[in-house]
Design a protein around this ligand. Structure first.
Ligand code: ADP
Length: 559
């Protein structure tokens, strides 16, 4: 067999159009763009204001079954489906998250799609891009610096230094920074205390940037961030320490959506990228809303599998942004179905039709959940070279027998051409107008009820238990009047349950909520069901070890 080209090689061989021409395809002029070089631009706020009264295009959400650690190919299918719609003469726009340097340097390489379905310029998007991550890092750390200065200058607000909940951030995987001591060196150097770093994409500022619908809303949300509690346990906000204005100012360019293109010159907005566990895991609302004004079809994705990403897309992003998804594309792979059907991770390349069959119950569960949300679903079977004809047929036949729409996706190996069947199935679904999106819980439900609804309806759990800590935190959240916020579940993506080792279809289990943390600025309550690392570490062989530049200055080793 021939070794496939690397993503980087494919990207570097591609011919890009100047971004001005991509904008023209969307009916925009040069004046509507802030150019960042030739191939990247930010959309000016004028465009966004001018489009306000236009009718929205159709919204397609790409999600997946519970993934293998390598990912199911959601970004790849999102890009490929956009390209395929474009080939069918539909005005399609792809909306993706911005990659973080943590996973880029660490494990996985980029998050800009793969194979013949990528967004470009791939190196830039995966590295510094238009500087949004740096702006978010600076905005976050400005609040930290103002907070520590407040302590140093006399602590007029009576902040309890043991109850500071605002850490510092950096956009790298650096486990040595998880716990640090700051303010050492004597009284001229600040107040000594324990602190720690999170990765930038875990910052509440990132979640806020992705949920705000205007600069005014951005500032209002930043003002509401709770940075600490005082000695009477009353919350202290970013507004109270005077940090909200400066943080908003630092974000005024980062808040504008980034316009780029795919390998087939389909327009793409790549903007924002919050964690999918302690945050909601979707690209910015402002990018999605702008894309809906500019395109007939908008293809976007949400992090992890349907139990996390799609649930939060529906209950957090769509609710805040008044979005109505028109169709869901549920990505599945033979590999993941085999894994959920009982095959060990190092045996996934071996044909096993029986195991594929065993895994299908999990697929059925996710299709059923999307149905409960009122969302029509098309399964996209993301084809890998190692899949056999019998394994692929097992999935396709089963879907057809169960009246589940399905299409084989070959967008990784064949670009938009490989996504035509999927695009046709999606168009057909949307044109039959079946979407009747209904959230599963009401914001007025109690915190306990909201979590119970998600656990029962989406995960298939029988019950939820709350630890003593979580109960205490729930009481405090209620005392502060934050109980009306939606829930952001932090759960393992690998299992329907809260136990990452329980693969395949699970039901009737009990979910344990260990902690509840309010993200008042972002506007949700995080329910933690396990340990979530908000500052990942690098693996033994970080992807960064292979990176460098060649003699012409071109990137090498970026996967
Ligand atoms: P997700 O968005 O679900 O995390 P990605 O689209 O980022 O997944 O894909 C994860 C990795 O798998 C990428 O490196 C991508 O190139 C690769 N990949 C995706 N689909 C295929 C496929 N059909 N064949 C081979 N590699 C694939």
């Amino acid at each position: 067999t021939i070794k496939p080209l690397s993503d980087l090689t494919i990207a570097q061989q591609a011919e890009m159009l100047p971004v001005k021409q991509i904008a023209e395809k969307l009916g925009l002029q040069e004046d509507d763009l802030d150019l960042y070089g030739k191939y990247k631009a930010k959309l000016s706020f004028d465009v966004i204001d001018r489009m306000a009264t236009r009718e929205d295009g159709k919204l397609i959400l790409v999600t997946a079954i519970n993934p293998t650690p390598a990912g199911e190919g959601k970004s790849t299918v999102t890009v490929g489906l956009g390209q395929a719609l474009n080939q069918l003469d539909k005005q399609a726009i792809v909306c993706l998250r911005e990659p973080s340097l943590g996973p880029t340097m660490g494990l996985k390489g980029g998050a800009a799609g793969g194979g013949f379905s990528q967004v470009l310029p791939m190196e830039d998007i995966n590295l510094h891009f238009t500087g949004d991550m740096h702006a978010i890092t600076s905005a976050h750390n400005t609040i930290s610096a103002i907070l520590d200065n407040h302590l140093h200058q006399g602590n007029d607000l009576g902040i309890d230094v043991r109850k500071i909940v605002w850490k510092r951030v950096l956009d790298l995987n650096d486990r040595a920074l998880r716990h640090v001591t700051i303010g050492l060196g004597g009284s001229a150097h600040g107040v000594p205390r324990e602190d720690g770093f999170d990765i930038t994409v875990a910052s509440e500022i990132m979640a806020i940037l992705c949920l705000a619908d205007s600069l005014t809303d951005l500032e209002a949300r930043i003002k509401r961030i709770v940075v600490a509690y005082d000695r009477d346990n009353e919350p202290i906000t970013a507004e109270q320490i005077g940090a909200a204005g400066a943080a908003t100012l630092l974000l005024k360019e980062a808040f504008k959506p980034n316009l780029v293109q795919t390998l087939e010159q389909t327009p793409a907005l790549v903007h924002g990228g919050p964690f999918a566990n302690i945050a909601h895991g979707c690209n910015s609302l402002i990018a999605t809303k702008t894309a809906l004004k500019l395109g007939e079809y908008v293809v976007t994705e949400a992090g992890f599998g349907a139990d996390l990403g799609a649930e939060k897309f529906c209950h957090i992003k769509s609710r805040i942004g008044k979005l109505n998804p028109d169709a869901v594309v549920l990505v599945a792979t033979v590999r993941a179905l085999k894994m959920h059907g009982g095959v060990a991770k190092d045996q996934l390349h071996v044909e096993n039709v029986g195991a594929v069959g065993n895994g299908l119950k999990l697929l059925a569960k996710h299709v059923e959940t999307m149905g409960k949300l009122g969302l029509p679903t098309v399964v996209a079977l993301n084809r890998f070279n190692s899949d056999t004809a019998e394994e692929l047929a097992a999935v396709l036949d089963w879907c057809e027998a169960n009246h589940i729409r399905v299409a084989l996706s070959e967008v990784w190996s064949n670009g938009g051409q490989g996504g035509r069947a999927l695009a046709e199935a999606v168009i057909d679904t949307i044109e039959s107008n079946e979407s009747a999106f209904t959230p599963l819980y009401a914001l007025t439900d109690s915190i306990e009820q909201k979590i119970l609804t998600i656990a029962r309806e989406v995960y298939g759990a029988a019950d939820v238990t709350f630890t003593a800590t979580a109960k205490k935190q729930m009481a405090q959240i209620e005392a502060n009047g934050w109980q009306h916020l939606p829930i952001c579940m932090a759960k393992t993506p690998f299992s329907l349950s809260d136990d990452p080792t329980k693969l395949g279809y699970q039901h009737g289990f009990t979910v344990t909520v260990r902690e509840l943390k309010p993200s008042v600025g972002a506007g949700f309550l995080v329910a933690l069901t396990g340990n979530v690392l908000t500052m990942p570490g690098l693996p033994k062989q970080p992807a960064a070890l292979n990176m460098g530049i060649d003699e012409t200055g071109k990137a090498i080793g970026l996967f």
